[in-house]
Design a protein around this ligand. Structure first.
Ligand code: FAD
Ligand code: N01
Length: 537
């Protein structure tokens, strides 16, 4: 069946919102378990993140061989990644392949934005309403809406008035964008900007980068994957996947390592050089205490700053690019290809907004207190209303008539980061309070999908109709998540992990920092105990 031509029925065992990594696997798994399922997706195709984020240079920062599904050994063997960090088109091709291979499209309704989901107490069903006004009903409602899927424009006066070409990295056009000969501006220097800036700089007549907060970035040293290397991984993929599942962050890490605080300065420097040469997010694994000990963290931060000084020729630009007021890794570490080098190009200017903030945007310019930058195209690399944004755009009303948005007024509250008290039979994949964005997301997604499916199977086997967490269990979980975060340096940065990038959003550190293995054990214990902390009816 073609995309958008899902079957006519409107009542299902489960409605799943979103067709990214999470929604696709959820559908496959529920179908395998015999649950009738409909996936509703706002986009015109599958892929989620990889459908929307088509900006030049977009790639994963977890190595492709690990940033992929593990649920099907056949899929694992037949798919071959071409690069260490796959490009957006390649990841999208993979997810399209998954949709075809497992015949998923016939249960996905595309171009379908969910506007509300209300729990009907008497019918014990979720009423899921879509933009066209149609209502679907289902016993279970599963939000696979993504943590980084609600793009955000900056709160700058006149932001809507720019009359020339504008783009948001998280909602990039499907047609190629050509910046040749243009004066281009980009606001933001997070991961999306850091990946796209080197590409845009090579095309544009001039690129002006508007930076408010510099980020720490480490090199990707991306390269094609040698057939021998791929064959070696495929020969024992199971073991590699198991390492991911039993790790802290979902990467196949074996060594435990030592603390930077107990290592001599020369040895520390040697280790940082080694990790820098290796490239990628594992830099933060150079030592075990980098995200808990401020003094140790400062050694890593200073190492990265020294690299910036080495690479960037203009000392003033190098200083502006060097983060100084938050620990390395407390905001998501960026992984780049030639980012700092780009500032040596004559056609690239860095504007330090800490010195002169943007005052307003006009129909053709970005205006600071001291300069007016006339531009032909303006790119917003200004990120997302992360973790709760997509959920709060849907009016989700629980059993007592309270909405999730109201419940989360002072910050998200979700038991295990999966379920919310007052919202029976509602699941959130990689929700706030789970490891999600602090991990290889595919590992976390698969774990949640498996847990949800087992829970639904258990309910069916026991003749149960309704599950929801007990408020006390939820409170304990929320406290645990917050207490664990306080042990670390994460709360010391104004990051989207804490909701700090959205005006008025409660400042609560949202992900669970205890690691994917510990978290998995906690979820498994709950299931094995017959769902302790949940009320089942
Ligand atoms: P998404 O892929 O975000 O899919 C959610 C889907 O839900 C979207 O298609 C959206 O349209 C749909 N949706 C939302 N609301 C509604 C609604 N109301 N109605 C209908 N549909 C709706 N993570 C990593 O672990 N490693 C990486 O290397 C990595 N790279 C990333 C690069 C970029 C540019 C970005 C933005 C994120 C990256 N991430 C990475 C995080 C990434 O979001 C996850 O890895 C993963 O793709 C999330 O899958 P998902 O299915 O949970 O959510
Ligand atoms: O968004 P961001 P992103 N005036 O929020 C700036 C994943 N991802 O899309 O820090 C001026 O990180 C803001 O400045 P500040 C990854 O998890 C992964 O880049 O608020 N500037 C910041 O510099 C990542 O963390 C990859 O001071 C303003 C930028 O906009 C997450 O997605 C690639 C502003 C936003 O950065 C989000 O990344 C891409 C204003 N008013 C994304 N408002 C990989 O590499 C905001 N900014 C795999």
């Amino acid at each position: 069946m073609a995309e958008g031509e899902a079957s006519e029925s409107t009542d299902f065992d489960a409605v799943v919102v979103g067709a990214g990594f999470a929604g696709l696997y959820m559908l496959h798994k529920l179908r395998g378990a015999g649950f009738s399922t409909r996936v509703l997706e706002a986009g015109s195709g599958v892929g989620g993140t990889w459908y929307w984020n088509r900006y030049p240079g977009a790639r994963c920062d977890v190595e492709s061989v690990d940033y992929s599904y593990s649920f099907s050994p056949e899929l694992e063997q037949e798919w071959t990644w071409s690069e260490r960090y796959a490009t957006q088109p390649e990841i999208l091709k993979y997810l399209d392949h998954v949709a075809d291979r497992f015949d998923l499209r016939r249960d996905i309704q595309f171009d379908t934005k969910v506007t509300s989901a209300h729990f009907d107490e008497s019918a014990k069903r979720w009423l899921v309403r879509i933009e066209a006004g149609v209502t679907l009903t289902a016993r279970f409602c599963i939000m696979a809406t993504g943590c980084l899927s609600a793009p955000k424009l900056p709160e700058i006066e006149g932001v809507e008035t720019f009359a020339r070409a504008t783009y948001h990295t998280g909602h990039w056009p499907h047609e190629p964008v050509d910046f040749t000969g243009l004066r281009v501006g980009i606001i933001g220097t997070g991961s999306s900007a850091i990946q796209s800036i080197p590409h845009i700089a090579r095309q544009a007549a001039h690129l002006t980068v508007f930076q408010r907060t510099p980020n720490f970035s480490v090199p990707a040293w991306n390269h094609p994957l040698e057939p021998d290397y791929v064959a070696e991984i495929k020969s024992d993929y199971r073991a590699r996947r198991e390492l991911c599942r039993t790790s802290q962050a979902g990467f196949p890490v074996t060594a435990v390592g030592e603390a930077a605080s107990v290592v001599a300065p020369d040895e520390r420097q040697r280790r940082y050089e080694e990790k820098w040469a290796e490239g990628g997010l594992r830099f933060l694994g150079s030592f075990t205490d980098l995200l808990v000990d401020p003094a140790s963290n400062e050694t890593a931060a200073e190492f990265i700053r020294s690299k910036i000084r080495e690479i960037v020729k203009d000392p003033e630009t190098a200083a502006a690019l060097s983060p100084r007021d938050y620990p390395a890794g407390a905001k998501r570490l960026c992984v780049d290809t030639g980012y700092y080098e780009t500032y040596n190009r004559p056609n690239v200017t860095l504007v330090d907004l800490r010195k002169h903030p943007i005052e307003r945007i006009t129909e053709d310019s970005v205006v600071t207190a001291v300069d007016t930058y006339e531009l032909d195209a303006l790119i917003f690399a200004t990120g997302f209303d992360a973790m709760t944004g997509a959920l709060s755009q849907i009016e989700i009303e629980g059993a007592g008539g309270c909405t999730l948005k109201e419940k989360w007024n002072d910050g998200p509250r979700a038991h295990l980061g999966l379920t919310a008290a007052g919202f029976p039979n509602l699941f959130m994949i990689t929700g706030p309070g789970s490891p999600s964005v602090l991990s290889n997301m595919v590992v976390s997604i698969e774990q949640h999908v498996d847990w949800i499916t087992e829970c639904m199977e258990h309910m069916r086997a026991e003749g149960l109709e309704r599950i929801e967490p007990e408020p006390g269990a939820e409170d304990e979980w929320v406290e645990l998540v917050s207490a664990l975060a306080e042990f670390t340096l994460f709360p010391r940065a104004n990051s989207w992990y804490r909701g700090a990038n959205v005006k008025g959003k409660p400042q609560v550190f949202m992900p669970y920092v205890g690691g994917v293995y510990t978290y998995r054990q906690q979820c498994d214990e709950v299931a094995q105990s017959g769902y302790k902390g949940f009320s089942l009816a």
